[in-house]
Design a protein around this ligand. Structure first.
Ligand code: AMP
Length: 571
């Protein structure tokens, strides 16, 4: 049974599925991919969804609702006919309509879905989206952030390459910028920024104002004086002019003004760019912030992905081209990208063969760790302390390790207890399981064990404990949802994560960097040695935290200092 991907948008919604040929959009009953996110009641009280409802927005405003996504998770509700509807009820009606379209198209019942949400949606808004799915009879397997979906739709072509994406999403009323990184098939969000009050509609407003001034240059506030109907018509015209300027260099329209005089209104692309200057400046700021927050520079961005109808404007594209000295990719339709990405995620969840080497990501919502005994006084240990190994909000899949020592010399086993939670003492955390590790009797020194936690997106934790002196390994599998995966499936998934199980210290680039630091230390004396030792300490600390980005930043920071010492080596 298929899992569908759904882009539940403010203006339009789409449904998609992952097939052997990749992500595919599913047309609605009218043959369109875009179903307007509008709900209404017919004169007979029948529920209308999509285009049929949108068409009645102007003629039957009291019986029609649109743009309700922004009220998700709030107490807002609106009366349609005799009933009150909350945003999740209206969204559920849109979802139900998409579900039926997919069922007709696929010829099977559709019960499971991935739904996209804006990255800035908070927990309440996300829960409301899940609830809308439930009301529509869909089990929401997972929500996917819209920029992640966009990057997934593009990233697939490039899954073998490390790639940094900037996703620019300019919709009707909101602007979102995200930076994502794809490495080893893992997609990770590095930074996001945006402006909740900036969108394509602001460009329409600017053109409307420009036209109003053209109609009557002497009265700057002409719009206010215009009848509401004329003002709405002028805005509609401005919206069309704006969209037309995306493919033409000049547009002109006839407009019958309030005095029934026909006037010609025209606008060139150059003039449009000039009057949008203020808005373009506002677009620049969140882009720059996201790049800075990710610790990157413009030249580090490999691909700029455009999402949202308003990114069709050439002024937006050339702004980005100027900022990044690269043309944004747009071989996918910006209206379709998110739904395509949601389909890829659906393919990942259903473990489609074509996606075997792409790993989906999520964050681990809680900390995972072990019990630790702490020496409180010489020879006196106290059990029950919590040792975090994978901290909450770490992007998963993830693999982290620590080295622990036996408490006593001659100790012949360790009982390692595993917990999840945030409390400093294990009693207040959730017990997950335990593993007994036989230790060779060593009266001379404490034995060391390497404890490695690998946590997969399906909620399975693999604990590997290696006794360093014998290299013998014990393994424990803890399933978040026991029985969901077979033993061979679990083994295959953790095998696929082998790449993650290398400690950054042992990765070639880091080992080589450490060797250079050590060599420099050897080659110098006195204060220089102290400096280099400090650099080694900084790098060691970054390695110990096992965070790829932090380590790479530490290398970049240390490099010029190390280089300086290498250049004035005394030997
Ligand atoms: P979305 O919410 O992503 O559908 O974006 C809607 C916004 O995109 C609206 O402000 C539209 O006016 C704008 N838009 C749609 N198509 C175009 C186009 N061809 N050129 C410029 N803006 C467009």
């Amino acid at each position: 049974m298929s899992i569908v991907g759904i882009d539940l948008g403010t203006t339009n919604s789409l449904i998609s599925v992952f097939t052997d040929d990749g992500p595919k959009l599913i047309p609605n009953a009218l043959g369109d991919y875009l179903t307007p996110s509008a709900v209404g009641l017919s004169d007979k009280g029948q529920v209308l969804v999509g285009q049929a409802a949108k068409d009645r927005l102007v003629t039957h405003p009291a019986l029609t609702q649109a743009r309700f996504k922004r009220y998700m998770g709030t107490n807002w509700s609106q009366k349609l006919g005799r009933k009150h509807y909350r945003a999740e009820d209206l969204s559920a009606l849109v979802l139900g309509s998409l579900k039926r379209d997919a069922e007709n198209y696929l010829g099977e019942t559709v019960e499971r879905a991935i739904i996209s949400v804006p990255a800035y949606f908070n927990d309440t808004q996300r829960k409301a989206t899940m609830a809308a799915g439930q009301i529509a009879g869909l089990k929401v397997e997972r929500l996917i952030n819209e920029p992640t979906a966009a990057a997934l739709a593009y990233g697939l072509n490039d899954k073998d390459r490390e790639s940094t994406f900037l996703v620019v999403d300019l919709g009707g009323g909101t602007f979102d910028v995200s930076i994502l990184e794809m490495f080893d098939g893992v997609m990770e969000v590095r930074a996001s920024a945006g402006d909740a009050f900036l969108g394509g509609e602001d460009f329409t407003d600017i053109v409307t104002k420009y036209f109003a001034e053209k109609l009557s240059p002497k009265q700057a506030s002409k719009l206010d004086k215009m009848s509401a109907k004329k003002a709405a018509m002028l805005r509609d015209l401005a919206d069309q002019a704006k969209a037309k300027l995306s493919s033409e260099h000049e547009v002109s329209f006839k407009f019958i003004d309030d005095k029934s005089v026909e006037q010609t209104l025209s606008l060139t692309r150059a003039k449009f760019e000039e009057i949008s200057e203020g808005l373009l400046k506002k677009l620049r700021h969140p882009i720059q912030r996201a790049v800075m927050d990710a610790g990157l520079r413009a030249e580090n961005i490999d691909q700029v992905v455009l999402v949202g109808g308003a990114t069709r404007m050439p002024v937006v594209r050339s702004l980005i081209a100027r900022m990044f000295k690269t043309f944004p990719v747009h071989n996918l339709n910006p209206d379709h990208v998110i739904a395509m990405g949601a389909a890829v995620q659906a393919g990942l969840v259903s473990r489609h063969k074509a996606l075997d080497d792409v790993v989906m990501t999520d964050v681990c919502p809680f900390t995972l760790g072990t019990e630790l005994s702490i020496e409180v006084a010489k020879g006196h240990h106290e059990d029950g302390h919590f040792q975090p190994i994978i901290e909450r909000n770490t992007v998963i899949p993830v693999s982290r390790s620590v080295v622990n020592y036996t408490m006593q010399k001659g100790q012949t086993s360790i009982d390692l207890r595993i917990f999840q939670g945030e409390a400093p003492r294990v009693d207040n955390n959730v017990y997950l399981g335990q593993v007994n590790i036989p230790i060779p009797k060593n009266m001379k020194k404490h034995e060391a064990v390497d404890i490695r936690f690998t946590y997969d997106v399906s909620g399975v934790l693999e604990v590997l404990v290696k006794v360093l002196s014998t290299e013998k390994t014990n393994r424990l599998i803890i399933e978040g949802n026991p029985g969901a995966l077979s033993k061979s499936e679990i083994d295959a998934r953790f095998k696929a994560l082998d790449k993650l199980k290398i400690h950054p210290r042992d990765e070639t680039v880091n080992a080589a960097f450490m060797a250079r630091l050590a060599k420099s230390y050897e080659n110098h004396l006195g204060d220089a040695r102290k400096d280099i030792q400090y650099l080694i300490g900084v790098f060691e600390a970054a390695l110990a935290r096992q965070n790829k980005h932090e380590i790479s930043e530490a290398r970049d920071e240390i490099e010029p200092h190390l280089q300086a010492y290498e250049d004035r080596s005394i030997f």
